[in-house]
Design a protein. Structure first.
Length: 333
């Protein structure tokens, strides 16, 4: 991992000019997913029916922010939107493997943004890391404000992100939603997956404690069973097999099905899950396609399943998003 980090270190200083023009969210091409336009999030693993091009009967929206897909050494701190290769990779990985599970829960909106390089997360104290992340966040914030002004029309919404996407959504909730009673009322749930989120992260947005509660936050970081990672102690861990916050082990029989990164099958009962000291423990034995990373400073048996935080629990997340939409609707009749 250390050698990989060295390879992706930008060779230039941060500059807005190197990041290229800001996205114009009046243009549909500035969105990776937008109702009425084809998106890779409409793809389905074998066994699930294809959705309608735009779900017409849903009462809700989903605003999804994808994780880092900028791994190549182009020398920049932020990825210019002109990179067609990056757009294809984002669609093939994030939209297909993550956003697709929300597609039937609501009208899907996913902005393109000038994401920060992965190196910014490995070197958070570097002089250029914060400006790069701030620029990426500025795009996400602009897209959300445009969505509220032009697309939302007072509809309830889900926020969903992973990794860098969660970083920006967590900040957006602090700045725009937590202190706004109207937006809090519209919020069905915020799936803040793959980053450090505290149980009391917000003043008015609680950690959701069951499968149907709305108006709050959900978070976890997946590792192999037995891992201990002190920096994560005390973080919010929602068990995606029970949707509770307790430390009881949920058996694999509750796992409706995971989907590997290859997106070519559904694996029923792929793993159990248990909250432990700020981590979500999963089984270290499972079918192929659920890639892991070694946790720095930990034994070789301790693996981070950050790449498959969504994939391990694909069908459970898919069903839960739709269930929370129905719960919100019932509560606001």
């Amino acid at each position: 991992m250390s050698s990989c980090v060295t390879v992706i270190k930008p060779i230039h200083k941060f500059s807005v000019e190197n990041a290229g023009p800001a996205p114009d969210y009046t243009d549909s091409t500035a969105w990776a997913a937008l109702p009425g336009h084809y998106t890779a999030a409409q793809q389905r693993p074998p066994g699930l029916p294809r959705p309608a091009p735009t779900p017409a009967d849903t009462v809700a929206d989903v605003f999804y922010v994808h994780p880092t897909t900028y791994f190549w050494k182009l020398g920049y701190w932020n990825a210019p939107l002109r990179l067609k290769r990056l757009r294809r990779f984002t669609a093939r990985t994030c939209l297909r493997n993550q956003a697709s599970l929300f597609y039937d829960a609501g009208r899907l909106y996913a902005p393109r943004y000038r994401q920060a390089t992965l190196y910014a997360f490995f070197a958070p104290n570097h002089i250029n890391s914060k400006p790069a992340l701030d620029l990426a966040y500025a795009d996400v914030k602009t897209s959300f404000l445009y969505y509220l002004a032009h697309y939302n029309h007072g509809r309830p919404f889900i926020l969903a992100g992973h990794s860098q996407g969660t970083t920006h959504l967590a900040r957006l909730l602090h700045e725009l939603v937590d202190g706004n009673p109207q937006l809090r009322k519209q919020l069905i749930a915020a799936y803040l997956i793959g980053r450090k989120i505290k149980p009391n992260e917000y003043l008015h947005l609680p950690a959701l404690r069951d499968s149907l509660q709305t108006g709050g936050i959900i978070a976890w970081n997946t590792t192999s069973r037995g891992a201990e990672f002190p920096p994560y102690r005390g973080l919010l861990v929602t068990n995606p097999l029970t949707w509770t916050l307790d430390s009881a082990a949920a058996p694999a029989s509750l796992n409706r099905g995971g989907v590997p990164l290859t997106f070519n099958r559904i694996d029923p009962h792929v793993t159990g899950a248990q909250a432990h000291h700020g981590l979500l423990w999963a089984s270290p034995t499972h079918p192929s396609g659920y890639e892991h990373l070694h946790i720095p400073g930990e034994s070789e048996l301790s693996a981070s399943y950050h790449l498959v935080d969504y994939n391990f629990f694909y069908l459970n997340m898919r069903e839960n998003a739709r269930a929370r939409v129905r719960a919100w609707q019932s509560a606001h009749k």
